[in-house]
Design a protein around this ligand. Structure first.
Ligand code: ZN
Length: 166
């Protein structure tokens, strides 16, 4: 089983959002994937200098997708692979516990975090998205819960990416 460490760059969190709330939602998104990817891969919270995945707020690339609110990019440094998840700092994030979906023109931080974590597991060389409406990996960021059949498809895709010969 692979263990991937993530860290939230707390200094980047906008003043309008409580850092503790961001941490809690990130843990929830990670635990959703840990259930989905059971015995395959595990996401674990770690300190900055031990992380494989860096999560923070900042500017996102809207050159191809003008409505983008978050992104996940993979990069190599010193022969090692890392991921950077950026949540756009210029959108109105709704981190309140009862808003799980897009609501009142605001964006669900939990759904965005869940979606972007998926790119860590499910991207090959492409930026992969599910075509199934309601999937967390469908790009409209509608959902933060991974259904059972959805989990099966993600596990199959993850295995195909990590063991292409089998
Ligand atoms: Zn995406």
């Amino acid at each position: 089983m692979d263990i991937l460490a993530y860290t939230v760059e707390q200094a980047t969190i906008p003043v309008s959002i409580k850092p503790a709330r961001v941490m809690e939602l990130t843990r929830r998104a990670a635990s959703e994937w840990n259930q989905c990817m059971k015995r395959l891969v595990y996401l674990m919270e770690r300190r900055l200098n031990e992380a494989d995945i860096f999560i923070g707020f900042g500017a996102v690339d809207r050159s191809e997708q003008p409505t983008r609110i978050a992104q996940c990019t993979r990069y190599k440094r010193g022969g090692q692979v890392y991921w950077r998840i950026v949540l756009a700092s210029d959108v109105s994030w709704d981190a309140a516990p009862w808003w799980q979906f897009w609501a009142r023109g605001e964006h669900s931080l939990l759904a965005a975090l869940t979606h972007e974590f998926g790119h860590v597991f499910l991207d090959d060389n492409d930026h992969w998205h599910s075509p199934v409406v309601g999937d967390v990996m469908q790009p409209d960021l509608l959902n933060h819960l991974i259904a059972e059949d959805e989990a099966k498809r993600y596990r199959a895709r993850f295995k195909a990416i990590t063991n292409p010969e089998s």
